[in-house]
Design a protein around this ligand. Structure first.
Ligand code: FAD
Length: 287
């Protein structure tokens, strides 16, 4: 089933994101995680990989295929294009097809200055239109940035670029994580004004450890509202308290988003089933 068909059914789409295990962890760790996450019965589970890594998409595709086979949950494979030629993308799409993966999240990927860039695809919208022309039956989602993508000139340019991605055929959008719902609501307003009418899921990341917070700031420039900073200040040095406070903060964000009519919630699980299950349990009656 295409993910876009899950929206507009009078309920909020709820999905999870996982990443492939680090080399040193062993592949079985992700299946232990998925086994537990499958109890949540999310609308779909998406699988990431690093655009710069070798063989990343193959591993991610393998995990996505197993999400469908083992747990009967719709998978979404992330697909980056910054380091790929069209021929390479065609091979990956054929692999998706063979493995029963119907949905993908089309991304440009982060540019790694140490890897010479391939030039077949410049922006994610190039990949979106390529996939849609290659095979219309794929459901294609795109990424969006409530706090504006780090490389964009300004918020107006970024939203026009997002409109290009939707015009290229993106069926639905998934947002970068954010901690301030007001930022998301302003972004939704800009998207509406720009004529972006596809469903937009809010990306929520429960912050449950201090290292994660530092990474967040350096990688995606997420801003911290004072309410959130106070949580970190108070519980930053107490791992268990920070975990519980991070869960509570995420639940609070989700409740507010649902009350304000959000299309969907995409939970960045960080492969932590306890955190994901606790949040899912708290909001199951709200979806
Ligand atoms: P684009 O949509 O191409 O945008 C990149 C920049 O180019 C933006 O500044 C945009 O404003 C600008 N732009 C876009 N189109 C045009 C145009 N036509 N003309 C001029 N400027 C334009 N990375 C991974 O490596 N692996 C993953 O699995 C992964 N998963 C992600 C999941 C989500 C939900 C999100 C939000 C991000 C994810 N990323 C992942 C990170 C992503 O690859 C980076 O943020 C990357 O820098 C941009 O990717 P994009 O697809 O948003 O690019």
């Amino acid at each position: 089933m295409r993910i876009a068909d899950k929206f507009n059914k009078g309920r909020v789409v709820f999905s999870l994101e996982v990443f492939p295990p680090k080399k040193e962890s062993g592949v079985e760790t992700i299946y232990n995680t998925l086994e537990q996450l499958s109890d949540i019965k999310p609308d779909y589970i998406s699988v990431t990989y690093g655009a710069g890594g070798n063989g990343g998409v193959q591993q991610s595709c393998e995990i996505a295929a197993n999400i469908k086979l083992k747990y009967g949950i719709e998978p979404v494979s992330h697909l980056t294009c910054v380091n790929n030629t069209k021929d390479e993308i065609i091979k990956v799409l054929a692999d998706f097809k063979t493995k029963g993966i119907q949905n993908l999240l089309a991304l440009r990927g982060d540019i790694n200055p140490d890897i010479p860039r391939k030039t077949d695809f410049v922006y994610a919208s190039d990949l979106v239109s390529f996939v849609k022309t290659y095979d219309k039956s794929f459901g294609v989602a795109g990424a969006c940035y409530p706090e504006v993508h780090m490389e964009a000139k300004n918020e107006v340019d970024d939203i026009f670029n997002l409109k290009k991605k939707v015009d290229a055929g993106a069926d639905n959008l998934v947002s970068q994580l954010f901690f301030d719902n007001e930022v998301f609501y302003r972004f939704i307003e800009r998207a509406k004004i720009a004529g972006i009418n596809v469903p937009i899921q809010a990306g929520i990341m429960p912050v449950t450890n201090k290292k994660q917070i530092e990474r967040m700031v350096s990688m995606c420039g997420a801003s911290f509202p004072s309410k959130f900073s106070r949580v970190i200040q108070r519980y930053g040095d107490n791992p268990q308290a920070l975990r519980d406070a991070g869960i509570a903060y995420a639940v609070d964000q989700i409740v507010d988003l649902i009350a304000n009519g959000v299309d969907g919630i995409h939970l960045y699980t960080m492969n932590n089933p306890y955190v994901a299950k606790t949040i899912a349990k708290s909001i199951e009656k709200l979806l």
